[in-house]
Design a protein around this ligand. Structure first.
Ligand SMILES: Cc1ncc(COP(=O)(O)O)c(C=O)c1O
Length: 459
């Protein structure tokens, strides 16, 4: 008897939300329904998704930056099919697989000088966890510093580096000796580093939750201080790497030369979970310091053939289609269009970003009627106005976006790097229309506010 996944999908299409309510995250399924995101997507290609009725949606979330190449890239697909057809000897474990060596070689070519040793794992949090273990082993120091607003994953160790209380709540106590410092406060950082017990300082060169960009002098200065006090400087490029900000690594905007870089998300070409922790040989070797320690850090699916092949194909496509340059160019155009809108909209506080990592931050309106509506919404739940805009972008323009973090009035845009002028126009005109509508307190944007407030207050 054959088993067909296509047949199964056809037979059960439409059951996804009830299934999730019953067997998976009930709250998540409920939220999708409340905000009007409970779509039945049936296809994804490039920068778009399609639902069962044939409606097309522009995806500005990219699976949280997994689809830098767009969905279903034919080159990645072809490479994965080739690997399957070859029946490669996958995950032998007691060997040294070729594709892992080749992907490591390609990644090292794209790193700042001296970063020449790679560890492969499966997720961003895995990569960060690896970086922390490597840093402790190499420095023999216990502590780790991270930034306010930071996001480095949601496992118990990476949660200890989370700069937002919403994520931490309910899971404490977290890691001892992991301490937050404020972005751009060099003196506070030096005070901590001077204690001489800090293994690593970890940063996202641009922070994902809120799209916070440090002052131009901050990261180079922090790196200098880390060197001075023997602390390793880690750039978590899980979200902003792989061309997202118009450079292969976001740290290149400030010519950073970190001791450890983490990559993940679109490294798997939108198909496979994979991550890499890339560091200096001596730092890597401090963990695998003797022959009997050659497996003290490992993960079962690290180096698997499909993930390695997807990584190689992805790097090839990024180069061949010049997607890093494209992200820079399209990002500039989109930023310019949104910045022009900011001048005309009393509720846009700031538009910021680099390449195709863009944040739009909202502020309270001046006019009295609007301000009352804003205050009621914000008292019920911080960031609720941004949620209303996200809902309107979906409802009226079929744009898939998300509020850029807990308790913030920020929308983050991370479209696939393949977008062109047509998509820039769609995004800019959708925002223009929604912000015009939001200026009318009895219009469609605010109409959803009562329902959201009710849910926020537990109604
Ligand atoms: C900067 C950064 N680091 C780490 C992670 C964690 O990655 P994962 O969800 O694959 O564990 C994320 C996820 O969004 C991230 O943005």
């Amino acid at each position: 008897m054959t088993y067909s996944i296509a047949q199964l999908i056809e037979n059960r299409q439409g059951e996804q939300y009830p299934l999730h309510k019953q067997y998976l995250n009930t709250s998540m399924a409920r939220v999708q329904a409340i905000i009007g995101f409970d779509k039945l997507y049936i296809r994804g290609e490039g920068a778009y998704l399609w639902d069962a009725e044939g409606n097309r949606y522009l995806d500005l979330l990219s699976g949280y930056s997994v689809f830098n190449l767009g969905r279903g890239h034919p080159m990645v697909k072809q490479v994965l099919q080739e690997v399957l057809a070859l029946d490669r000897p996958n995950l032998v474990k007691m060997d040294c697989p070729l594709l892992a060596g080749l992907l490591a070689e390609e990644l090292v070519k794209r790193m700042p000088p001296g970063l020449d040793a790679v560890f492969f794992a499966n997720s961003g949090a895995d990569a960060v966890d690896t970086a922390l273990k490597f840093a402790r082993a190499a420095t023999k120091r216990p502590r780790v510093l991270y930034l306010d607003h930071a996001f480095h994953g949601l496992t118990l160790s990476t949660l200890g580096l989370n700069g937002g209380s919403k994520f931490r709540e309910g899971f404490e106590p977290l890691m001892v000796g992991f301490d937050a410092v404020a972005m751009n406060d060099v003196a506070a950082l030096e005070k901590q580093l001077r204690q001489g017990d800090v293994a690593a300082f970890i940063v996202e060169p641009i922070q994902g939750k809120g799209v916070y960009i440090p002052a131009d002098s901050y990261l180079p200065g922090a790196q200098r201080l880390c060197r001075k006090y023997g602390t390793l400087f880690i750039c978590d490029e899980v979200q902003v790497g792989m061309g997202r900000t118009g450079r292969f690594l976001c740290g290149e905007h400030w010519s950073l030369e970190p001791d450890i870089v983490t990559l993940s998300k679109s490294l798997g070409g939108g198909y496979l979970p994979v991550s890499a922790t890339i560091t200096r040989r001596r730092i890597h070797d401090a963990t695998f310091s003797r022959l009997e320690r050659c497996q003290v850090h490992s993960t079962t699916f690290g180096q698997n053939e499909l993930a390695m092949a997807a990584g190689l194909a992805t790097l090839h496509v990024l180069d061949e289609e010049r997607l890093v340059e494209r992200a820079a160019k399209m990002g500039e155009k989109l930023l310019a269009r949104l910045a022009a809108l900011q001048e005309r909209s009393e509720m846009i506080a700031e538009v910021r970003g680099k390449g195709l990592m863009i944040g739009i931050e909202f502020k309270p309106p001046r006019s009295l009627g609007l301000r009352a509506a804003w205050t009621a919404a914000e008292m019920a739940q911080k960031g609720l106005f941004a949620q209303l805009v996200v809902m309107a972008l979906m409802r009226e323009h079929r744009l898939l976006t998300q509020v850029g973090g807990p308790d913030v009035n920020i929308i983050k845009l991370v479209p696939p790097l393949i977008i062109g002028d047509a998509e820039v126009e769609m995004i800019a005109s959708a925002f223009e229309a929604v912000m015009a509508e939001a200026a009318n307190v009895s219009g469609r944007v605010w109409a959803q506010s009562v329902q959201l407030i009710k849910h926020a207050l537990g109604g």
